[in-house]
Design a protein around this ligand. Structure first.
Ligand SMILES: *Cc1c(COP(=O)(O)O)cnc(C)c1O
Length: 387
């Protein structure tokens, strides 16, 4: 019997090695890995540049307190702000800490400008913001919150895509609207560009902050961030998952205006932004910021889309819809997603489910067209089997 607390329904398999897009099981069998640690190994397993950079850093310095200046942290923050809307970054160790920081920063901003009554945040049904208490009750998914009361107050939830409901939910206590640009756990639901623009407009009209949770979709869509296509500027953006390339790393990006209340002592993290994590984050950026790299991600995403849509058209009773942008994809199934994933595993391919009967696919950004073809062939084979 396992001594690990049983909070996961684990598949009876483990792996001994990862190489790029593939995982090698204990018994030596090779799997095409489109789970990639739920999108965290954004450059695949053991990318040589990450291995080198983490190795180098591990011989110099792992951890120092945030009581001191950490040059590796300064460097990553500078690169993240140079390439985005943000003026400041604070580093965490995970996605849920990054969304918690976002909530704190939004509230502190209004406190700072003399409007402390503005402390409630509008969130959306089907959202996921992590597993700490505030993040849990922000998303308010009954499957996740049951038994974990009392409820953390401060969130007003509205149905996804219902502009009228959002308008109605806004009152004198509203501080911010928080939404994932692409709802990941919710089923890779892309918030359309006009909706993101509409939310920005609403926030401007009512003096609210716009928090775009890009923990799952950052770096994956062919742009640095998924919201960039909509042309708007958010106020706060939490990121994590892929940004450390598999090393635990989260960050919260903010504008100068919104950062006003976050002075010394207002927030902290023992591990957040330590030199080893920063080496990982900087190594990921070295690759992502190479000229043409993100362009290529967009191209590969389109190629994958075409292949997936071909299968959808061939098996309209099995696949309802192909979702996602770039290399974050969801297939909404008309047959049971979990059973389909089980069958894919028999064909040595790994995928992971999401809400709305969706199968999520996270090809690493270094994936090549042959590997995408391999995935398409395997998915098609399982479609043939179940039809
Ligand atoms: C995964 C996820 C989180 C939580 O991240 P952890 O690293 O698991 O704490 C928060 N928001 C979104 C959108 C996520 O996908």
């Amino acid at each position: 019997m396992s001594s690990v607390l049983g909070t996961y329904a684990r598949k009876p398999i483990s792996f001994k090695e990862g190489v790029g897009t593939y995982l090698i099981a204990e018994n030596g069998e090779k799997y095409l890995d489109f789970v990639q640690g739920i999108g965290t190994n954004i450059l695949g397993h053991c990318h040589p540049h990450l291995v080198k950079k983490i190795n180098e850093q591990s011989k110099k310095l792992w951890h120092v307190s945030n009581a001191f200046i950490i040059p590796e942290q300064e460097k990553l923050a500078k690169r993240l702000t140079d390439n985005t809307f943000a003026d400041f970054v604070c580093f965490q160790n995970s996605g849920t800490e990054a969304t918690e920081a976002s909530i704190k920063i939004a509230r502190k901003y209004f406190h700072k400008i003399g409007k402390p009554e503005k402390n409630r945040i509008i969130t959306f049904k089907g959202a996921f913001h992590g597993r700490t208490l505030a993040a849990l009750f922000a998303a308010n998914n009954p499957k996740h919150t049951e038994g974990f009361g009392p409820k953390v107050d401060g969130f007003d939830q509205v149905p996804f895509g219902d502009h009228e409901a959002i308008k109605k939910a806004i009152n004198k206590n509203t501080a911010a609207i928080m939404v994932e640009t692409i709802m990941g756990e919710g089923g890779i639901k892309v918030v359309p560009e006009y909706c993101i623009q509409g939310l920005r407009k609403m926030c401007d009209e009512h003096d609210l902050l716009l928090i775009l949770d890009e923990v799952q979709c950052a770096y994956r869509t062919g742009n640095f961030f998924a919201f960039e296509k909509s042309g708007i500027t958010p106020d706060i953006v939490p990121i994590a998952k892929g940004i450390g390339g598999g090393f635990p790393l989260g960050a919260c990006l903010v504008t100068k205006k919104v950062s006003a209340g976050m002075t010394a002592g207002t927030h902290g993290s023992t591990f957040g932004g330590n030199p080893l994590a920063m080496a990982a984050g900087n190594a990921v950026l070295d690759v992502i910021l190479e000229k043409g790299f993100l362009n290529n991600v967009e191209k590969k995403g389109k190629y994958f889309d075409q292949g997936l849509n071909k299968i959808k058209n061939k098996f309209p009773k099995i696949i309802e819809e192909v979702r996602g942008i770039g290399l974050i994809k969801g297939i909404k199934m008309l047959v049971d997603n979990a059973e389909f994933i089980q069958k894919l595993m028999k064909h040595k391919m790994l995928a992971i489910k999401a809400e709305e009967n969706v199968i999520r696919l996270f090809p690493p950004l270094i994936v090549n067209n042959n590997e995408l073809d391999e995935a398409i062939i395997k998915i098609e084979k399982v479609c043939e089997e179940v039809s």
